[in-house]
Design a binder for this molecule. Structure first.
Ligand code: ADP
Length: 328
């Protein structure tokens, strides 16, 4: 079943800023779709229109085949079966944890409410913390409370707007894995806004890339990483070389170039090899899993090459493609 159907969606804010241009997107039930793109490209606006927190200027949104936003009117947020998790938690600091989580369960009898709150806190790994005040919790715990509050009413669709960005690295990956596990276990459909390539590539079945309010590419992680349609899309998912057509054949780059004529080649697709195009190692960076060498080629172009062992700055090397490796 289609969980989210977005057709021709446009949004112009009062004051004239156009945040979305004719966005089309279809999300299946249980699918997790990352929404990526540079700051200001319309990611939050898209989520807010789907949630019913903003009206659309043009187009329509249907959730589980019920039209919720259209020129004919909008269904209020509380009747959409969606929950939102924000970057800044948006919790009530003066209330205890259980009151925060119970907020989404207004209307349920007290006994059921308590059971659902305990269940939700257990799910997010915070059992027994219901009596704490929000200010007594760490950042990671607060975000878990926000997640419990979103999930307690068992929404069919969860909209996550940079839920991990206020957390440090260790907490980020732990919470990311937990969110993913919960969404998958419940078969919940999710739209997940993130500016982090790693999150988009690991959490999402597909990603939608927005540029200045336009959808520029939608696809599975592998397709977006290896076959981006443009430099903009390629850069969203990690470092990439835009290799000019003038030197592509000498590096052994095959395949079609991107729209601007450059071949988009990931640093892992290039190798140091004596038969390659000559250059000098200008800089190197350690990446944990290996090194990134920055090489100034004889042609004057600079390329990034991923290497397993430490390259020595100042050495002359050859660079060529591993195999058929144009990312475009
Ligand atoms: P993102 O989430 O990708 O950073 P946003 O959806 O927040 O982007 O913003 C898209 C564009 O709409 C930006 O130009 C932003 O300045 C503008 N915008 C966002 N919210 C409002 C608002 N409430 N009023 C006017 N302009 C807004």
């Amino acid at each position: 079943m289609t969980a989210v159907q977005i057709q021709g969606l446009g949004k112009v804010y009062r004051g004239g800023t156009r945040a979305l241009h004719s966005v089309d997107l279809q999300v299946s039930e249980g699918e997790i779709v990352a929404v990526v793109g540079e700051s200001g490209c319309g990611k939050s606006t898209l989520l807010r229109v789907v949630a019913g927190l903003e009206d659309a200027t043009e187009g329509a949104v249907a959730l589980f085949e019920q039209t919720v936003t259209s020129p004919a009117g909008t269904v209020p947020t509380e009747r959409r079966g969606v929950a939102m998790v924000f970057q800044d938690h948006a919790l009530f600091p003066h209330l205890r944890v259980h009151a925060n989580v119970a907020f989404g369960l207004r209307g349920l009898p007290r006994s059921q409410k308590q059971a659902r709150v305990s269940e939700a806190l257990g799910l997010v790994g915070l059992p027994g913390l219901g009596d704490r005040y929000i200010h007594e919790l760490s950042g990671g715990q607060r975000q878990r409370v926000a997640l419990a509050r979103a999930l307690a009413p068992t929404p069919r669709i969860v909209l996550l707007d940079e839920p991990l960005s206020s957390l440090d690295e260790r907490l980020r990956s732990a919470l990311r894995d937990d969110i993913l596990r919960l969404l998958r276990a419940r078969g919940t459909t999710a739209l997940w806004v993130t500016h982090r390539a790693e999150d988009a590539l690991t959490v999402a079945d597909r990603s939608v890339v927005l540029e200045s309010g336009l959808v520029v590419q939608v696809g599975a992680p592998e397709a977006l990483y290896h076959r981006p349609v443009s430099r903009y899309v390629a850069r969203m998912f990690g470092p990439v070389n835009a290799i000019p057509a003038s030197i592509a054949p000498r590096l052994g780059v095959e395949g079609a170039p991107a729209a601007d004529g450059a071949h988009l080649v990931r640093p892992e697709a290039l190798v140091l090899h004596p038969d390659g195009l000559f250059g000098v190692i200008a800089a190197r960076r350690y990446r944990g899993t290996g090194y990134m060498a920055e090489i100034t080629l004889d042609s004057g172009d600079t390329v990034l090459v991923a290497t397993a062992s430490a390259p020595t700055v100042g050495t002359a090397v050859g660079v060529r493609c591993r195999s058929i490796t144009s990312a475009s």
